[in-house]
Structure formats: C-alpha cells, structure tokens
Design a protein around this ligand. Structure first.
Ligand SMILES: Nc1ncnc2c1ncn2[C@@H]1O[C@H](COP(=O)(O)OP(=O)(O)O)[C@@H](O)[C@H]1O
Ligand SMILES: [Mg+2]
Length: 302
C-alpha cells in the first residue's frame, strides 16, 4: 500500500515536471516561429541566368561595412574578372578578401556600388539559380557528422562509383580504400563509434570534393584555416587548379600559394585592391605590396 502510494506520488510529480518542461520549451519554439516569420530583408529578383559555363564578374566601386560597425571593410573595390579567368586574391589577414567573397555570394549586400554577373546586377537574379552558379569552399567550412559520401552529395542520389572517382581526383582515394566502410564511413566520432577523425588537410579535400560535385561554373576557394603549411596549401591549390579547367575561378590566400598558376593576381590591402596584374608585372613594382610579400615568402615558392 505504502509502495503504491509513493509510486503514485512520484508519478504525479514527474507529470507536473513534464508539464513545466513543455511550457518552458514552448516558449523557445514561440521565439523560433517568430524568427522564422521575419520577412527576408534581402532583395531578390526573378531573372534567370543564361545557361553558359562561363561567366564574367564585375565589382564596380563596391563599398561595404558590416552591420553595426562603421569600419569600412571594403572601400571602392573595382575589378572585372573575365569568363574563364583564374584569379588569385592575396593580402594580409583582415584585408577584406573573405568579405569580397561573402558579397559575391550574397551573404551581405553592398552599401554602395554594384556587383554584376554578365553585366547584370546580382540582386536581379533568382536567388537559388544565382547561388547554383557558384561553388565555394569557405575558410570556416563545416563537414557534417555523416558519411564521407553524404558530405559530398548531401541529399542527392548518386552512384558510389562517381563519388569514388571524385574522391580519387581530390586525393582521398587511398584514404577511402583504407577504411572498412569506404565512402560510407561516418566522419567524426560524435554520433558513431566507428566514425573517423580526419586531418585538417583531409577535411579540406572533402570540402573541395563537395564543391566540385556541385559542378558550378564559378568556383572559389578561400584559404584553409587549418594549420596547413605553405607547401601543403600550395599542393591543394595546384590539385584544385587541374580540376577546375576552363571555369571562372578565384583562389584566396594570405600566402602566395595560388599565384603561380593563376592568370592574374589581385592584391587586397586595407579593403581595396591595391595592385592587379600578373606575377611578373607585380613582382617588379617598386615599393609594391606583392613584391614585398613575395620577398618575404620566396623561400616557399621559388
Ligand atoms: N562579421 C563581421 N563583423 C564585423 N567585422 C568583421 C566581420 N567579419 C570580418 N570583419 C572585419 O572585416 C575586416 C576584413 O575581414 P576579412 O574579409 O575576413 O579579411 P581577410 O579574409 O582578408 O582576412 C577585418 O577587419 C575583420 O575584423
Ligand atoms: Mg579570409
């Protein structure tokens, strides 16, 4: 009788706690629903993109400050990247290189000036269609705690054979073969005991495979954050270069890793493009930023 009473008592207590918990959590969901119902502040158009595998990108006097900051991070950026050109973007940390890409990817909109794709303001394009033309590996890319394959194809159905080919191309072929479950091996141990931890370089390669799988006509590689040494970084960029072919490509680094094989180099400094030209042109510029960087890093790239 006593046991029944105490069981009843504790069940009632659990029920009350349960209710309290539901009320507490529903407050969160209220905030979530409120947030999801905010109207999008972003301007988007309905223009379709012309089906072409080559696109010209233009920045015209682009100025930008991050919201709630009055520091001008990009100041009058002006550049035309021709269809099929491979551009290397270099500059010290904080020069504005990543911001330049964020604007191109519509993560923010310019304060003034224009960004054009094939002569048309990027705000005029249908958002999804525009985003499909760009494949980017950001500095702070994230892999998901899924299998290697899922990290590449995401929700698409794809033959293993094609995924394996791609992994081969980015230099992860051997690694995948060495794993008992191959491309179905989970990444990270967070959810799966048999998950694997990949090195910074391997993660970078997997992120590159994902970008290549997207098969977009514009590809962008922002510098690897992992503590890759200059030679490893150079190798990754070089490998990427052979895969990109005739597409429009932008490589970003605070090192000169990608300058050697690119058509032109844009040197960012204090939010603006200070120098633009080929390696041969820039390296002989008197008091040039590039020339100075090259001098300092020459041991790696000569
Ligand atoms: N989300 C942000 N909010 C405010 N300032 C930022 C933000 N992201 C970057 N910045 C600032 O903008 C400047 C340029 O940053 P970034 O474009 O990342 O440079 P880079 O890629 O050349 O190292 C830096 O001074 C940085 O501190
Ligand atoms: Mg950056």
């Amino acid at each position: 009788m006593l046991t029944a009473g105490s069981t009843f008592y504790s069940s009632m207590q659990n029920m009350v706690w349960g209710f309290q918990d539901i009320i507490k959590k529903s407050n969160y969901s209220y905030e979530y629903v409120k947030f999801m119902n905010y109207p999008a502040a972003m301007v988007v158009g309905d223009r379709k993109l012309k089906k072409s595998d080559k696109h010209t990108i233009e920045f015209k006097n682009v100025c930008f400050s991050y919201p709630s900051s009055n520091v001008r991070v990009l100041d009058n950026v002006y550049i035309t990247i021709s269809a099929g050109e491979h551009l290397s973007v270099v500059g010290l940390n904080g020069a504005g290189k990543t911001t330049f890409i964020k604007l191109l990817c519509r993560l923010y909109d310019v304060d003034s000036g224009d960004i054009l794709l094939d002569g048309i303001n990027i705000k005029k394009f249908e958002y999804d269609e525009y985003m499909n033309t760009i494949a980017v590996v950001f500095q702070d890319f994230k892999l998901l705690s899924f299998s290697a394959k899922k990290n590449i194809v995401l929700d698409k159905d794809e033959k293993d054979e094609n995924v394996n080919k791609l992994l081969e191309l980015v230099g992860l072929g051997e690694k995948m073969k060495s794993l008992p479950k191959g491309i179905d091996t989970p990444i990270f141990k967070q959810f799966e005991k048999e998950g694997i931890e990949m090195s910074g370089g391997e993660q970078q390669k997997l992120a590159i495979a994902r970008a290549l799988y997207k098969n977009s006509p514009i590809v962008i590689l922002d510098e690897p954050t992992a503590a890759l040494d200059p030679i490893a970084e150079y190798e990754i960029y070089r490998q990427f270069e052979t895969l990109v072919g005739g597409k429009t490509a932008i490589y970003i680094s605070h090192r000169l890793s990608s300058c050697k094989f690119c058509d032109r180099i844009a040197v960012f400094s204090e939010g603006t493009i200070k120098e633009l030209g080929t390696h041969d042109e820039l390296v002989i510029m008197p008091n040039g930023v590039y020339a100075e960087m090259f001098e300092a890093q020459a041991q790696y790239y000569k």
